[in-house]
Design a protein around this ligand. Structure first.
Ligand code: PGA
Length: 249
């Protein structure tokens, strides 16, 4: 039985001091022993967030990371900078990073490999555009993203990975994919993992749905056979996130 994992993606929101306030507000609301809870916060707030979440069930994750160990990459964050302060998770290849910061399937793969090398769990994002969905190429496109993201990743590593399926047209739009659409793609992702590795790996890997997840839509989405939780943007900044984490109560 896979444990659900529900992660908040704060994106470029909340200052370090606002981070403390929000974590203090959310901490009593996000207790659910059936779920791994992760708050992915801006890099500048990671240390503060880790401090604020001490002694709670909240894990802190980063929203991005570089694939090199160190060097002349002005403005970037290296993997050992994250592990040094106790960061456990990192979002890799979010569609906003692909769109605005030129991330590609290849850089995603390099970052995924680096994250594993440093013992950080990657939350690997994939998802089609509205055009791709309308053209009927969603599954082909997602399979390509997954296959490249997992190049040279071992089966033991893949078993611990988290994949976030986020249709781009559903992000921040209030337009949630139907449970059937979300389940169909998450199932296809699991089948793709089974092809690359084996059934054991496919059964172990956790696949989230993301894109306008709300307290209302979470229970039905997370009840799907291949959906193991969610990556939540807007609603993760509100007390509603507590309801999402407690979707099964
Ligand atoms: P949203 O964002 O929940 O605001 O649609 C999800 C995401 O981008 O991870």
């Amino acid at each position: 039985m896979r444990k659900k994992i529900i992660a908040g993606n704060w994106k470029m929101n909340k200052t370090p001091s606002e981070t403390v306030t929000l974590i203090n507000e959310l901490k009593p609301l996000v207790v659910n022993e059936d779920v791994d809870v992760v708050f992915c916060v801006p890099a500048i707030s990671l240390t503060t967030a880790i401090e604020a979440a001490k002694g709670t069930n909240i894990n802190i994750g980063a929203e991005n990371m570089h694939f090199e160990e160190s060097g002349a990459y002005t403005g970037e964050i290296a993997p050992n900078m994250l592990t040094d302060i106790g960061v456990k998770y990192v979002i890799i290849g979010h569609s906003e990073r692909r769109e605005y910061f030129a991330e590609t399937d290849e850089t995603v793969n390099k970052k995924v490999l680096k994250a594993f090398e440093h013992g950080i769990t990657p939350i690997i994002c994939c998802g089609e555009s509205l055009t791709q969905r309308e053209q009927g190429v969603t599954i082909d496109f997602i399979r390509q993203q997954i296959k490249v993201a997992f190049l040279n990743v071992t089966s033991a590593q893949a078993k611990t990975a988290v994949i976030a399926y986020e249709p781009i047209w559903a992000i921040g739009t209030g337009k949630v994919a139907t449970t059937e659409q979300a389940q169909e793609v998450c199932k296809a992702i699991r089948e793709c993992i089974a092809e690359i590795y084996d059934t054991d790996t496919a059964e172990a890997i956790r696949i989230q749905y993301g894109g306008s997840v709300s307290a209302d839509s979470a229970p039905e989405l997370f009840a799907q056979a291949d959906i193991d939780g969610g990556l939540v943007g807007g609603a993760s900044l509100k007390p509603d996130f507590g309801k999402i984490v407690n979707y099964n109560k």
